[in-house]
Design a protein around this ligand. Structure first.
Ligand code: SAM
Length: 364
């Protein structure tokens, strides 16, 4: 059971994409060079006004991350932009609209795969994901994830299109347009493409373009989700029935999140909390702690895993009662996952253990 349609990215999607948080994104500067159009859409000339130019470094905001030149990862602050491959263009501050349709492309379609990278380090990637990325002609992803790719993959790709935070719709459309133009494209994300990530968005956009998944030979290459890579760091916290809930209210409203927290907490599931905290969402974290404490013992073990598999990894096992104060520390931020035990979970030898129930049937 998951609560959030937030897509792609441990840090990109949950904090700065909402209109009220546009200022946070606005401070970012994208210095990626425009690598030029790789799409070949016949709708290339359709842009009415300006387009991002090569090598431009411009402030990137959620509002204008729809600018696309099929290879440009720079964003323009202009509200009226064009796509040179018939990809997304928008003059809205909040909406990203699908641009080219399947009829705008003359070439035989290529291939589109959504690839999960796992937690971050190259060793955490599955062999199948690595092989898929080595085979891909184009790789499309959030800059942070592109930076996590091993050199053999980035050096082997014909082209890499990366965008900073918040461009998940335009980035996904870029990947689809490239595939419709005949390229073999991989769109990447952390963890697994089915967990608060881009697999669903990709299919929705393919459909909205009048294309089909079959036409693009669309496939999903799974990765290890944060819930599992973080659980592994603290022992065996999720062994029985479990749910995941995201605290990001960017795409799911807070009353729904609260309702789902109540439902999960009172039913004794172990709970993985994704997107737990950001400066702009202190309230969501505090409310989550309050709801969990309403239903669970204050001594319930909670695994707190920051940046699993990355250089700044930190791991602690705390009690539920300690959780509220951790919201203001470096341990809990946008790259943290919380693993909340159920009434049976205990800590033994610095490991969380959630019994599966074997002890009720077997002697050991
Ligand atoms: C938009 S979700 C993406 C989830 C991803 N698709 C997955 O399968 O794990 C982003 C959230 O995943 C969690 N996350 C992603 N990578 C993580 C890591 N290396 N360590 C801890 N949590 C991580 C954090 O809770 C973060 O806020």
């Amino acid at each position: 059971m998951s609560t959030d349609n937030t897509t792609d990215g441990s840090t990109e999607t949950e904090s700065k994409c909402g209109a009220s948080e546009a200022q946070a994104s606005a401070g970012e500067t994208d210095t990626e060079a425009n690598t030029g159009s790789k799409c070949g859409a016949s709708g290339a000339e359709s842009g009415p006004e300006s387009s991002a130019s090569a090598g431009e470094a411009s402030p990137s905001t959620e509002a204008d991350d729809t600018t696309s030149e099929c290879g440009a990862s720079s964003s323009s602050s202009s509200s009226s932009t064009s796509s040179s491959c018939g990809a997304a263009s928008s003059d809205s501050s909040d909406e990203e609209e699908v641009g080219a349709t399947v009829d705008d492309f003359d070439a035989d379609p290529g291939r589109l795969i959504a690839v999960g990278l796992g937690p971050g380090q190259p060793e955490g990637m599955t062999a199948r994901a690595r092989a898929a990325l080595l085979d891909a002609e184009h790789i499309v992803g959030y800059t942070t994830y592109v930076d996590l790719l091993p050199d053999e993959i980035t050096e082997g790709a014909e082209d890499i299109y990366d965008t900073p935070m918040c461009g998940e719709v335009s980035r996904t459309e870029e990947a689809i347009d490239r595939a419709l133009a005949g390229n073999d494209v991989a769109i990447i994300g952390s963890g697994d493409p089915n967990v608060y990530a881009l697999a669903g968005l990709a299919l929705e956009i393919v459909e909205s373009k009048g294309a089909t998944a079959t036409m693009l030979d669309f496939d999903v290459v799974p990765g290890v989700p944060a819930a599992q890579s973080c659980a592994a760091r603290v022992g065996a916290p999720l062994v029985n029935d479990t749910v995941s809930i995201s605290l990001s209210d960017h795409l799911t409203d807070m009353p729904t999140i609260e309702s789902r927290l109540h439902a999960a907490a009172k039913e004794g599931f172990t709970i993985t909390i994704y997107n737990p905290w950001s400066r702009k969402r202190r309230d969501n974290y505090e409310k989550c702690c309050e709801i969990l404490l309403e239903h669970r013992d204050p001594e319930t073990p909670v695994g707190v895993v920051h940046a699993a598999g990355r250089e700044d990894e930190q791991v602690e096992i705390v009690e539920l009662a300690d959780l509220p104060e951790l919201g203001e520390t470096d341990l809990v931020d946008m790259t943290t996952t919380l693993l909340v035990g159920n009434e049976d979970t205990y800590v033994w030898d610095d490991r969380m253990v959630t019994p599966r129930g074997y002890e009720t049937k077997y002697d050991y």
